[in-house]
Design a protein around this ligand. Structure first.
Ligand SMILES: Nc1ncnc2c1ncn2[C@@H]1O[C@H](COP(=O)(O)OP(=O)(O)OP(=O)(O)O)[C@@H](O)[C@H]1O
Length: 297
């Protein structure tokens, strides 16, 4: 099995404000591990750096500093084509992530062939049908011949999940996988991800702004605010006893006005007043400093 160790990752983007070129720190000294059979939820509002972390893990972006170390159980590093096979992503938008000109079969057969999972056309076809059945798309032979526009959003997302698993994924990065789906079918897709995770002992990073599903579908929650981790711990602890003002805000409960140096209930409405220089770690029961010498944005 494969595990990922993210250590002290920073991502800066060069941006232009007016005539000035400046730097925007999207991810600020973030560390966490993804291990087989466990789901970590990365929670935060828009702009907190969640997608940037997903892009770094799937090598669409390079970190400005820090390391992403991917290793097999025996300690050997996972690189190159093995990395591309084993670390897969499910995107937010099932309408944009599938090619409208290709059949469902093509979408799943392609990674099977490219990554050498099947040898003959017959074997590929059989595997495609098996994958469709695994994601509860039936009848598989009919669905295989369909094009994306003939499917509902939920069905498309199931195809995207089958496509991600086809190369032999061991690590799944699910970036807001249900936020664009009808509320009524979200649970079904999340339950499917949960079942596949258990069956294949996948290491899953579940990116969401929804604390309720984060609690239900993950073992650990990491709360991200302005690129920094401000709270982390077992899912129940983070949700039931949130300690950081930002987590409390997300959870809809008032911050603790008694805590020195923290914002008051009134001020918390002003997001900018929230301090992200400390992180509450439920695993150690301690407050830790966040960020490095580079400062935050
Ligand atoms: N290519 C880029 N160039 C410049 N800035 C970027 C780039 N990509 C992201 N950012 C900025 O980095 C910050 C973090 O963005 P990111 O997309 O990672 O946040 P997010 O938490 O995933 O938000 P969302 O839920 O809206 O996707 C934002 O301020 C964003 O504007």
């Amino acid at each position: 099995m494969t595990r990922i160790h993210v250590t002290d990752v920073v991502k800066d983007y060069a941006i232009r404000t007016g005539l000035r070129r400046t730097r925007l720190r999207a991810v600020d000294h973030v560390s966490f591990d993804l291990i087989p059979g466990r789901t970590v939820a990365l929670v935060g509002e828009s702009g907190s750096g969640k997608s940037t972390i997903a892009k770094i893990l799937t090598r669409m972006e390079q970190p400005s500093s820090g390391t992403v170390d991917v290793r097999l159980d025996d300690g050997n590093p996972v690189r190159g084509s093995l990395y591309r096979r084993q670390v897969q992503m499910v995107f937010q938008d099932p309408f944009a992530s599938l090619n409208p000109f290709h059949s469902v079969e093509h979408h799943i057969a392609r990674p099977l062939r490219i990554h050498g999972r099947t040898r003959t056309a017959a074997e590929t076809r059989e595997r495609v049908l098996q994958m469709l059945e695994r994601v509860n798309l039936a009848p598989a032979a009919t669905v295989a011949g369909r094009r994306p526009h003939e499917l509902s959003g939920g069905q498309r997302q199931r195809v995207a999940i089958a496509r991600a698993l086809a190369p032999g994924a061991q690590v799944l990065i699910a970036d807001e996988p249900v936020s664009m789906l009808d509320v009524s079918i979200r649970l079904g897709v999340l339950n499917l991800l949960g079942r596949l995770q258990r069956e294949d002992r996948l290491a899953v990073l579940y990116i969401t702004h929804d604390l309720a599903t984060a609690r239900h579908f993950s073992d650990e929650i990491i709360v991200l605010y302005r690129g920094r981790i401000v709270e982390r711990g077992p899912s129940d602890a983070v949700i039931l006893q949130p300690r950081h003002d930002y987590t409390r805000l997300l959870a809809g409960s008032a911050p603790d006005p008694e805590r020195p140096g923290r914002v008051t209930a009134d001020a918390v409405v002003e997001r900018d007043a929230i301090d992200n220089s400390t992180c509450y770690n439920h695993f150690t029961g301690e407050w830790e400093q966040t960020g490095g010498t580079g400062g935050s944005r």
